[in-house]
Ligand binder design. Structure first.
Ligand SMILES: [Fe+2]
Ligand SMILES: [Fe+2]
Length: 383
C-alpha cells in the first residue's frame, strides 16, 4: 500500500507539473492534449485496456438485459427504441413505484451510453473494441410488447433466474463485510425462494404468464423478481468499478471508472428502494399461485434492522481492518481476486442463470476478458 501511495503522489505531481508548464507556455487545451498523447507514460497500460475491454463487455451484457426489461416494462422512445410495452407487466411494476417505467428506461439508456462510450474510448487509443454480436443467439420473450423474437435475438436470459438477494443484508450488516472473511454468520437471503425454489422468470415469457392466473399474483411475482434482479445487477456494478479502479494506472482511465461507477450505485440505491416495496405491506406477503414463489413481508418476518424495508442507505460496516470504527461504504471492493473481481462477477452472473443457453464460445470469450482484467495491476513509476 505504501508503494502505491507514493507512486500515486508522484503521478499526481507529474500530471500537475505537465499542466502547469503548458499553462505558463500559453499552450491551448488542444496542444496540451496532443502533448499528453505523445507522452508514452500517459498512455493506458495493457492492464488498463484489459480492464476497459472487460467493462465494455459487462456494459454490453447489461444493456442487453435492460433492453429486454424496457421493451416490456419501460418507456419505448427514440432514446431507447425497441418493443411496445406489456401493460399487465408494466402495471405490476408500477405497483412498486408509479415511476418504474421511467426508471427502467433511464437505466437502460445509461448502460447503452456506458458501452458505447467505453468502446469509443478504446478505439481512440488504438485498442480493439468489444463486439458480442456473434453471441446474440438467444430467443427472448414471446409476450406481447417484446421485440419480435424471430428477428431480435438476445445475449442474456431473463426467464430462468436464480436471483441472489444477499445484497439486501450485505448492505445492512454492522458486523460483516465480504472483504473481511470469515463472514459469520453468512449474509442471509432477503427472499430465500428466489434461490432455493428457482429458477423463476423476471419477465413474462409469453402471454400465458399473464392469462393463466386471474388473480394477478403470478405477474406480480414476476415483476417482484425483476425488482430484486435490478438491484442485484446494479449492486454488482457498484462493486465492480471501484474494485477494478484500484488496478488502473492511467489517470484518464481512472477518471472513466470513477465517473461511471457511481452511476451504477445510483441505480442500485433506486432499485433497493423499489425492491423494498415488493416485501412490505400492502403487496407482501405474496405467494405466486402457479409456482409457490413467496415474497415475505420483511418488516414482519423476520423483521429487525437487517430486513426493515425502508432502509435504503448502507449501514456502516467494518472496513479495511476490524480495529477501525465501522464506516458506510461500497462492499465488496476487495483487492483480493478470490473474493471479488471480474472473474467472480462472471461466475456470479453465470450462476444466476443470466447466460443460460449461451455457447461454450461465449463463456470462453467473456471468461478470458475477465481473467485478463483481473491480471491488471497498477504500475508504479519504477515498474
Ligand atoms: Fe453501466
Ligand atoms: Fe448498471
Amino acid at each position: 500500500m505504501t508503494d502505491e501511495h507514493h507512486a500515486d503522489r508522484r503521478s499526481f505531481l507529474k500530471t500537475g507539473a505537465i499542466a502547469g508548464t503548458a499553462l505558463v507556455a500559453g499552450a491551448t487545451a488542444m496542444a496540451q492534449q496532443a502533448a499528453a498523447d505523445t507522452d508514452a507514460s500517459n498512455r493506458p497500460t495493457k492492464g488498463d485496456i484489459d480492464i476497459l475491454r472487460f467493462l465494455a463487455a459487462a456494459e454490453i451484457l447489461e444493456t442487453d438485459l435492460w433492453q429486454q426489461y424496457n421493451e416490456l416494462g419501460g418507456i419505448q422512445d427514440s432514446e431507447v427504441p425497441g418493443g411496445s410495452g406489456n401493460k399487465p407487466y408494466t402495471d405490476a411494476l408500477k405497483n412498486l413505484d408509479g415511476d418504474m417505467d421511467q426508471y427502467i428506461h433511464d437505466n437502460t439508456e445509461d448502460e447503452l451510453s456506458h458501452q458505447t462510450f467505453i468502446n469509443a474510448y478504446l478505439i481512440s487509443k488504438g485498442a480493439p473494441p468489444v463486439n458480442l454480436e456473434p453471441f446474440r443467439t438467444l430467443t427472448g420473450s414471446k409476450a406481447t410488447g417484446a421485440a419480435d423474437p424471430k428477428t431480435t435475438k438476445r445475449l442474456t436470459n431473463l426467464m430462468e433466474l436464480k436471483v441472489d438477494t444477499t445484497w439486501w443484508t450485505r448492505y445492512r450488516s454492522r458486523t460483516n463485510n465480504p472483504d473481511l472473511p470469515p463472514v459469520v454468520p453468512p449474509f442471509p437471503q432477503a427472499v430465500p425462494d428466489l434461490i432455493t425454489k428457482g429458477p423463476f422468470p423476471a419477465i413474462p415469457r409469453d402471454d400465458s404468464d399473464i392469462t393463466k392466473d386471474k388473480t394477478g399474483k403470478h405477474i406480480q411475482a414476476i415483476a417482484n423478481t425483476a425488482a430484486f434482479h435490478f438491484a442485484s445487477i446494479e449492486q454488482g456494478g457498484s462493486s465492480l468499478y471501484p474494485t477494478l479502479a484500484l488496478r488502473v494506472t492511467n489517470p484518464v482511465v481512472l477518471r472513466i471508472l470513477l465517473s461511471i461507477g457511481p452511476t451504477e450505485t445510483s441505480h442500485f440505491q433506486t432499485w433497493h428502494d423499489k425492491a423494498g416495496n415488493a416485501v412490505k405491506d400492502p403487496l407482501a406477503p405474496l405467494t405466486d399461485p402457479i409456482n409457490g414463489l413467496t415474497f415475505p413481508n420483511l418488516d414482519v418476518s423476520p423483521g429487525g434492522e437487517d430486513f426493515q424495508t425502508n432502509l435504503i442507505m448502507p449501514e456502516p460496516c467494518p472496513f479495511l481492518n476490524r480495529k477501525f470504527p465501522v464506516c458506510s461504504i461500497i462492499r465488496p471492493v476487495s483487492t483480493n481476486r478470490s473474493i471479488f473481481g471480474a472473474v467472480q462477477a462472471v461466475k456470479g452472473l453465470t450462476a444466476s442463470g443470466l447466460f443460460n443457453g449461451q455457447s461454450g464460445a461465449f463463456f470462453k470469450f467473456v471468461g478470458e476478458l475477465a481473467e485478463e482484467a483481473d491480471e491488471a495491476t497498477r504500475k508504479c513509476d519504477e515498474d
